[in-house]
Design a protein around this ligand. Sequence first.
Ligand code: FE
Length: 134
Amino acid sequence: MDPIQKSKDDWKKELDAETYHITREAGTEAPFTGKYHATHDKGMYKCSNCGLELFSSDAKFDSGTGWPSFTDPTNKERVELKEDMNHGMSRVEVLCKRCGAHLGHVFDDGPGPSCKRFCINSASLKLEKENAKK
Ligand code: FE
């Protein structure tokens, strides 16, 4: 998997303003406002910036937080985890391994065997529904 490197200007041209802010400036969408927090459709959630397949709908669960939440990425090699000490908290940031897009954060209170809760911004994702696949 070769990394995708583009300038800020290039990303700015490709992405809408909200997506740019969240994925390229580590922003956070307000809870319950994103397009996927209550979605139960089957399919694959891809990186909204580069299209890398990141999270399967099979790993999605209702966390009650207002953000799409997953127990695991579809492949651990596709996400990068990074310590984040911003905003007076110690958290683990989740980024797309291929293009560096900010996805969200991961916490250790998930319901599955991994105990992980990947708390991801809708704006960082693009759902390819299963029945839409050709
Ligand atoms: Fe990406």
